[in-house]
Ligand binder design. Structure first.
Ligand code: GLY
Length: 219
């Protein structure tokens, strides 16, 4: 499952990378609307039509929407086929691709129907970040600030230092690695979100409420 913007911008590279494997590409429209029961149904139907079996691997190439949707589809298709998360947005690289949370949205709230389903591995290629727009980067930096607030004061101070001037490739790589290390550490101790992992929801809860109240996708 590949985010449609990723296909548009990096389709050739994606096809080249997948070329030596038998594969089918299904585009996922960008935006929260794709994290719906209706679209999940289409994904599962496509997998049945393509005769996907339990020897297959489902690969998510995109941001949080594609990753959550593909992870959920993989976790329920034939009671579970392996999933790989290839994160192409900064937000996915610092948070959503790791830790095994999958979901679709329901009328009762964001991410309320889903599974914990760990990927075989997570691939974060920072080259994808070059084509992200400023709003996407800003939104992801809020997630990085979260890690600073909950666990890493030095990271918080470094972000403050860069504010206004932006981040070079090396700084960004360092930030992604540090966020990933914090997340892995927390998830290793509380995979199922019954205690310490709730820290990772810092800021999410109010954000989800805003998204639900505005119909997902507008804010
Ligand atoms: N995004 C929060 C978590 O993975 O727990």
């Amino acid at each position: 499952l590949v985010d449609e913007n990723v296909l548009r911008l990096h389709g050739t590279a994606v096809e080249e990378a997948l070329g030596r494997f038998a594969h089918h590409v299904m585009p996922v429209p960008s935006g929260e609307a794709s994290k719906s029961f209706a679209f999940l149904d289409r994904v599962l139907a496509e997998m049945f039509r393509r005769l996907v079996n339990r020897q297959w691997v489902c690969m998510a190439i995109g941001g949080g929407v594609t990753g959550d949707l593909a992870g959920f589809a993989a976790s329920v298709y034939m009671r579970g086929i392996p999933v790989v998360q290839a994160a192409t947005t900064l937000l996915a690289q610092v948070d959503s691709s790791m830790g095994g949370k999958t979901a679709v949205n329901s009328e009762f709230g964001k991410n309320l129907v889903g599974t914990f389903f760990q990927p075989l591995f997570v691939l974060s290629d920072t080259a994808f970040l070059d084509t992200l727009d400023a709003a996407q980067l800003r939104s992801a930096m809020a997630e990085v600030v979260k890690y600073g607030c909950i666990r890493d004061e030095a990271l918080f101070n470094e972000i403050a230092k860069h504010a206004g001037s932006g981040f070079g490739d090396e700084a960004l790589f360092d930030i992604i690695s540090r966020c990933a290390a914090i997340k892995a550490d927390v998830v290793n101790r509380d995979e199922l979100d019954t205690g310490e992992r709730m820290l990772l929801n810092f800021g999410h809860t109010v954000g989800h409420a805003i998204e639900k109240a505005t119909g997902y996708g507008r804010i």
